[in-house]
Design a protein around this ligand. Structure first.
Ligand code: CAA
Length: 257
């Protein structure tokens, strides 16, 4: 499928998606949202793809939802169209996703990064939920995911004042997995993605599901879920291969099933 607002490139078992509305700092308009979600859903279902990397430009990962597109919308239009609900499909992805963030990740851009499983930040990355300055608040999960990621104190301050966080603070706060020099960001993200894509895809999907369960449930239920899924992994060919490879002192060759 030909996309106009994103670039896609397959590198081995990794799908690299580059947000590509440079003149609007990759603002997430309706078209970009639909194209991005179509591309990631296709990869989710593709056994040949084991991980997705989403990146932007050197200046902006994404500067938010498209303000110009929504500025004159009415309540009825926002409600009837259930604006932003399409992103639930992104959050429901089972394939592992990495956000490689350089420059601005503001508003919906920060929210998109937080919907990814791992955020790798360039040392010049800037995170924020500045919607309050526009007379609104986060609308793609920011008030919830930021609070879960970095705790109430910082999330509340950021959402109420619109102040941004640099990469160092974001790492200290637990929002990002690692900070890397801007020039090495994409290579690092692709290497990390290759590592993940080299694992068994179903096992990686189940692992993602188990970690995410920690956000949704009690510890007792989460541990029970983990144990049941752990048992289920013994029905996969890749568990047999992974353990046989260890015993035979050779690298595992996963069949991703
Ligand atoms: N929507 C639409 N257009 C945007 C945009 C956005 N979120 N962010 C930037 N742009 C556009 C600008 O309007 C500008 O276009 P023109 O050249 O046509 O004027 C172009 O991108 C370049 O932007 P700037 O000239 O502003 O660049 P800068 O370097 O001076 O500033 C910036 C960069 C600080 C990121 C600034 O662009 C900015 O503050 N952007 C808005 C950030 C924001 O408020 N994001 C939240 C959006 S609402 C949201 O996301 C709701 C939600 O939770 C779902």
């Amino acid at each position: 499928m030909a996309y106009e607002t994103i670039l896609t490139e397959t590198r081995g078992r990794v799908l690299l998606i580059t947000l590509n509305r440079p003149k609007a700092l990759n603002a997430l308009n309706g078209q970009l949202t639909e194209e991005l979600i179509a591309a990631v859903q296709q990869a989710d279902a593709d056994p040949e793809i084991g991980c997705i990397v989403i990146t932007g430009s050197a200046k902006a990962f994404a500067a938010g939802a498209d303000i110009k597109e929504m500025q004159s919308a009415t309540y009825a239009e926002m409600y009837a169209g259930d604006r932003f609900s399409a992103w639930d499909r992104f959050a429901a992805l089972r394939i592992p996703t990495i956000a490689a963030v350089a420059g601005y990740a503001l508003g919906g851009g920060c929210e998109l990064a937080m919907m990814c499983d791992i955020i790798l930040a360039a040392d010049d990355a800037v995170f924020g939920q500045p919607e309050i300055k526009l007379g609104v608040m986060p609308g793609i999960g920011g008030s919830q995911r930021l609070t879960r990621a970095i705790g109430k104190a910082k999330a509340m301050e950021m959402c109420l004042t619109g102040r941004t966080m640099d990469a160092t603070e974001a790492e200290r706060a637990g929002l990002v997995a690692r900070v890397v020099p801007a020039e090495g960001l994409l290579d690092d993200a692709l290497r990390t993605a290759e590592t993940i894509a080299g694992m068994s895809k179903p096992i990686a999907m189940m692992t993602k599901e188990a970690v995410n369960r920690a956000y949704e449930t009690t510890l007792t239920e989460g541990v029970r879920f983990e144990r049941r899924v752990f048992h289920a992994m013994f029905a996969t060919a890749d568990q047999k291969e992974g353990m046989a490879a260890f015993v035979e002192k050779r690298p595992a060759k996963f069949q991703h099933r």
